[in-house]
Write a protein that binds this ligand. Structure first.
Ligand code: ATP
Ligand code: MG
Length: 346
């Protein structure tokens, strides 16, 4: 990983107006991804993970989506200004996406070889014969056995794990600078999942690709990520380097997510559930949106949404009472004394 910023998103907002009201899917998300970095976005269903990634690639249909963003910079380029024609060129070549469901992502009536060839022909201007060689090599690199034979298979002739490898091969075909993988292994069983994640990780490391990994599975995060963003109800509630987040979560929601993961090392581990469910996005609670489910909730939490606050060491948290830290008050935020206390969090 280098210090170069590959993707910078500031204050991303996406709403979906409908007859009954407005779904506020993403409410002011900031995201930074460095070259070669794997950034994981975790959160429960409906927290806005997919909408965030689709907005970054400018893939949201408008209408219905209404998107606002202050900064959308990719490799030093302002994507807000990019036309759809320019985006078509950027997508696939400079940024690529791996979706959860390979059967939907792949065209069922074309062989996987043909679909891979098309990426090389379109973006690297190869001739058909050259593209076929490149496709077979790409299949080999992601561990598809007998790639020459598999080249002529249709998607339904491959197992789920193999199809996912094909998607990875397609995403890396043009050596993009950024890949967004949205739940890339959720549809697979656990052993195949681990193999596919290893392929993704090795490809990412070898090519120094920046990766945004979207998942609700913390074991996937632990396996892959350098930095983790925890999303809840359309907002980032915590950001931290991987080890720090697992070692010492600051947000009660992160604490709850971690406590729900089974650990073999703890004999008497009890599942701790986060009570209730994610609120209806059309009727989010006042104050901190997590407060109805939070066991540390106070009146302050019911009244006012806390800001995302810098906690030092690359950490941020959106909570009035971060775990193990001082309670935040608006006065403390305004006079800057919170930042000075960051060192206390050891
Ligand atoms: N096209 C759409 N029209 C209306 N609402 C939408 C649309 N797409 C997404 N939403 C809403 O935006 C919110 C965020 O959705 P999103 O798909 O980003 O969640 P997610 O975090 O990816 O969840 P999951 O883990 O289930 O994939 C949800 O409330 C969803 O219903
Ligand atoms: Mg999603």
């Amino acid at each position: 990983m280098t210090d170069k910023t590959m993707l910078k998103v500031e204050n991303l907002k996406v709403i979906f107006p409908n007859a009954a009201g407005v779904v506020r899917a993403v409410e002011g998300v900031d995201l930074t991804v460095r070259e070669g970095e794997c950034v994981a976005i975790v959160g429960e269903s409906g927290s806005g993970k997919s909408v965030t990634s689709l907005a970054v690639m400018k893939l949201l249909n408008s209408p219905p989506a209404v998107t606002r963003v202050d900064t959308l910079e990719f490799d030093g380029r302002d994507l807000r200004q990019a036309t759809e024609k320019e985006m078509l060129d950027i997508r696939g070549k400079e940024m690529a996406m791996i979706f959860q469901d390979a059967l939907t992502a792949l065209n069922p009536v074309m062989t996987i070889g043909h679909q891979l060839d098309e990426v090389f022909i379109r973006h690297q201007h190869m001739k058909k014969k050259e593209a076929k060689q490149a496709s077979i090599l790409a299949l080999r690199l992601v561990g598809v056995p007998s790639p020459e034979r598999r080249y002529s298979d249709f998607p339904h002739e491959l197992s789920g794990g193999m199809r996912q490898r094909v998607l990875i091969a397609m995403a890396f075909a043009c050596n993009p600078k950024l890949i967004i993988a949205d739940e890339p292994t959720t549809a697979l069983d656990v052993t195949i999942q681990a193999q596919v994640l290893d392929v993704l990780k090795n490809m990412q490391r070898e090519h120094s690709t920046s990766l945004i990994l979207i998942t609700h599975d913390l074991s996937v995060v632990a396996h892959m990520a350098d930095t983790v963003y925890v999303m809840y109800c359309g907002r980032i509630v915590e950001k931290a380097p991987l080890k720090e987040l697992f070692h010492r979560p600051l947000h009660p929601y992160t604490e709850g997510l971690l406590a729900a993961v089974p650990r073999l090392s703890e004999e008497n581990h009890q599942f701790i559930q986060i009570p209730d469910a994610v609120p209806n996005p059309m009727h989010k609670p006042a104050g901190c949106t997590f407060h109805p489910r939070c066991r540390y909730c106070t009146q302050q939490c019911r009244d006012k949404m806390p800001p995302l606050q810098d906690m030092g060491d690359g950490r941020q948290v959106r909570c009035w009472h971060p775990l193990g830290g001082p309670n935040l008050t608006e006065d403390a935020l305004q006079d800057g004394s919170v930042g000075k206390e960051a060192g206390r969090y050891e």
